[in-house]
Design a protein around this ligand. Structure first.
Ligand SMILES: Cc1ncc(COP(=O)(O)O)c(C=O)c1O
Length: 460
């Protein structure tokens, strides 16, 4: 266990029990098969409890959760209103099959459709984000009568077969044995421009021209959908330049293509708005969501369906379904989460922390640490693009891999009482939307010190 030098503090309800921690780790290694991992090469951290922006291990060490786990605990850990709602629902009605009408499922769907633009009356519930993608794509294909889906390199859409095939990161490579109908293209990303652009405007224009050419050469009449993470998350938090999403909308309208915005990671407050597309005034035809809808207290995802697409299935059977679609415990958690987020100004807090604390704080770190090549993000959704050299922009770790520099950085953060989220050469700063100004500053101070420990890896 690393020695925690800062922010170590006991939580009264989390007993310190190192022996239990050892046992939890041992049983995990004996019986639990982990996602995306070589099983013999991992040493999962055993966590005993959590509250608000913090988690605790069995040794009594407290960690500021700058990961929101997998960028899902938007409302923070153990929010009392969500915990109480799940408990009350469990006492009242734990489960009910999807073919029956249910009050809490109705209310979750009503609240979600109220947050979406006008003309999105219906919600199809799934157990998580990947299934939301599976079903959105199925709806788009059946609605359009077309087969292909265009999606971006530098994206993640989930681990099930269709979703991983649509993904544009290395997790697709070993799974890519049935990719018929999926075509990847490049989105705008000025810092590492594919289009030799010098300005955001050039990047947006050229990325749109590239997309239109891809559509023309693939055959517009064969394309069911364009699927985009509104703001790509795990792939690097690239906020799209002005005009890009509106341009994609125009292309989809011109060629009769369904536009799907994947809001699984960026939605429900993460960017300081309910949906990330709210920042851009562009509406899709289908919206996928999961994670922040109920902060993952009980697994839930889904598709918010525009009325035109929903009408396709008024008289025609929708050929898809799940035993737990609209599970009452998950829906009760969503109702309580959305209600608490509204009443407690949690989305506004995420916007304010981004504008006043994390954005300025991270940019200030970039002035002092040359290893930070670029700071990107908004709300509580930030990425530090870490480089060996600012001129060449060579990444601090290779694409799809890690490096001594990155493992040193992550260990330095843990030693300072921070739970980080990293992907390849990037550090993502993605705390709960409820994070306070003092907690955000505590995180910035730890990142500042930890970056000092990797200064020697900078080669510029
Ligand atoms: C943008 C996006 N889409 C889809 C998914 C898949 O969601 P899940 O892991 O709930 O299946 C993720 C997960 O990280 C995601 O970030």
């Amino acid at each position: 266990m690393p020695e925690v030098t800062a922010a170590a503090a006991r939580h009264p309800s989390v007993p310190v029990d190192p022996a239990r921690g050892e046992q939890v780790r041992a049983l995990d290694r004996a019986h639990v098969f982990h996602s995306w991992s070589a099983q013999a090469k991992i040493t999962p951290m055993a966590l005993a409890g959590a509250e608000g922006s913090y988690v605790w291990d069995y040794d009594g060490n407290r960690y500021l959760d700058l990961s929101s786990q997998l960028v899902n605990t938007n409302i923070g850990h153990q929010h009392p209103r969500v915990v109480a709602a799940v408990q009350a629902q469990a006492a009242r009605l734990c489960t009910i099959a999807p073919q029956h009408a249910n009050d809490v499922r109705n209310e979750a769907a009503r609240l979600i459709s109220e947050l979406a633009p006008d003309g999105f009356s219906k919600v199809f519930f799934t157990n998580g984000g990947a299934e939301a993608i599976e079903n959105a794509v199925r709806m788009a294909r059946l609605h359009s009568g077309r087969q292909k889906v265009l999606t971006r390199y530098r994206s993640y859409h989930g681990g099930t077969q269709t979703a991983v095939t649509l993904t544009g990161d290395p997790r697709r490579w070993p799974n890519d044995w049935w990719s018929s109908g999926v075509v990847h293209f490049f989105g705008p990303f000025l810092y590492r421009s594919t289009f030799y652009a010098q300005t955001e405007q050039e990047e947006a224009d050229r990325a749109l021209r590239h997309l239109e050419e891809t559509i023309r050469f693939e055959g517009p009449d064969t394309i069911a959908a364009v699927l985009l993470e509104t703001i790509p998350g795990t792939a690097g938090i690239m906020v799209p330049p002005a005009g890009y999403l509106a341009g994609v909308r125009e292309l989809c309208d011109r060629y009769g293509i369904v536009l799907i915005f994947d809001e699984v990671m960026a939605g429900f407050g993460r960017t300081g708005a309910w949906f990330a597309f709210d920042h851009f005034g562009v509406r899709p035809d289908l919206i996928t969501f999961a994670k922040g809808v109920n902060s993952g207290y009980v697994p839930l995802g889904g598709v918010v369906i525009s009325d035109a697409i929903a009408a396709t299935f008024d008289d025609k059977v929708y050929p898809g379904g799940l035993t737990y679609s609209g599970h009452p415990l998950a829906c009760a958690a969503a109702v309580a989460t959305i209600t608490a987020m509204r009443e407690e100004g949690i989305v506004e807090n995420a916007a304010r922390i981004g504008e006043q604390v994390l954005g300025p704080g991270l940019r200030e770190l970039a002035e002092r640490h040359p290893v930070i090549g670029e700071v990107r993000g908004l709300g509580v959704f930030w990425a530090l693009d870490l480089v060996k050299n600012r001129a060449s922009k060579e990444e601090l770790a290779p694409y799809g891999g890690t490096s001594e520099a990155m493992t040193t950085l992550l260990a330095a953060l843990r030693r300072r009482g921070v739970l980080p989220f990293a992907n390849f050469h990037r550090l993502h700063v993605v705390p709960p939307c409820t994070i306070s100004e003092a907690e955000a500053k505590e995180g910035l101070a730890a990142i500042d010190e930890a970056l000092g420990e990797v200064a020697g890896f900078y080669e510029g």
